[in-house]
Write a protein that binds this ligand. Structure first.
Ligand SMILES: [Zn+2]
Length: 306
């Protein structure tokens, strides 16, 4: 948020989080999903993360669900953390009407993303550091979503920023990769997110075979499929991937996006990974080297623009 930094300074990094987000405005939605915008509360949560050894965090909240460069720059200054802002559009149900995604050309959409990356968002001067989270509502890409995926891939080629996706409870990550591939995007610069919501080893191996990375980012959530499948299963699958030598393709995060996840409301906050999940992974056999690769090395590689 405060300008480019040496990637070596990122340290322990959460690659997929939110610091405020509102998903309640879509017509006919029955829920009121929200992480309330409250600076005092969030700064206390971020301070816990920093005290637990945290260095950096990527906020993948996009336009339409609350992205705000001024808010994020304020948090970066006050927390002392490196905060990285996302760019792009989230998924069909949340595309901002005024963006006119259904009627602009793919190149025009890509131009807008490139402009943000070079000139900053609006007149804030703040530039995004990653494209994401780029997603689908369903286990397939809707037409408008396909356009966004193509635009993001073209912008990624032109800017060198990585892409982080929202691919939930299905193998839709492979469909996302196919579009990125058709557009000539570098698969090693793509992170397929929410892998823990679809705990299928063969699917993971296929994502890796195609050159991309997997992100287990629902860690510590108490209201998602991860919990239904059970964290034990997630630990087992990550250990299986590690035993096959894939530490360099795994990222870990918590996707804090709801008030109930905050420590203030008896949730796990931004420290579940460091305080609870990593000790479990260690107990299951993961080495410190592998853990450093997943929590420091891989996010550093993904966030290094090039
Ligand atoms: Zn998210």
């Amino acid at each position: 948020m405060l300008g480019p930094i040496d990637p070596a300074g990122l340290g322990f990094t959460l690659p997929h989080e939110h610091t405020q987000i509102a998903l309640w405005h879509v017509q006919s939605r029955w829920d009121y999903w929200q992480l309330t915008r409250d600076e005092t509360t969030i700064l206390a949560e971020l301070e816990r993360f920093r005290s637990a050894g945290g260095g950096s965090l990527a906020d993948l909240t996009l336009p339409g669900v609350g992205r705000d460069p001024v808010w994020l720059a304020g948090l970066a200054r006050a927390s002392g953390l490196n905060i990285v802002m996302g760019a792009g559009w989230y998924r069909n149900a949340y595309y901002p009407a005024e963006t006119l995604i259904d009627r602009r050309s793919v190149d025009d959409l890509a131009d807008e993303l490139v402009r943000e990356t070079t000139d900053g968002v609006g007149d804030t001067g703040v530039r995004p550091g990653i494209f994401g989270e780029i997603g689908t509502d369903k286990p397939w890409l809707a037409p408008a979503e396909e356009r966004v995926h193509r635009a993001v891939a073209r912008a990624a080629r032109r800017t060198g920023l990585a892409i982080s996706t929202h691919a939930v409870m299905s193998d839709v990550g492979l469909a996302q990769l196919r579009i990125f591939d058709e557009e000539g995007a570098d698969p090693t610069r793509v992170v397929v997110g929410h892998a823990d919501s679809y705990p299928v080893l063969d699917h993971y191996l296929e994502i890796i075979r195609r050159g991309a990375s997997l992100e287990f980012d629902f860690l510590g959530m108490s209201f998602t499929p991860t919990e239904r499948h059970g964290e034990d299963r997630v630990v087992e699958l990550i250990c299986e991937l590690l035993s096959r030598g894939h530490a360099d393709r795994i990222l870990l995060s918590q996707d804090v996006c709801h008030d109930s996840q905050l420590k203030r409301y008896d949730g796990n906050g931004y420290v579940y990974l460091s305080e609870t999940f990593l000790p479990r992974l260690r107990a299951a056999g993961a080495t410190q080297d592998e853990i450093d690769t997943m929590t420091v090395g891989n996010p550093r590689r993904i966030l290094t623009i090039g």
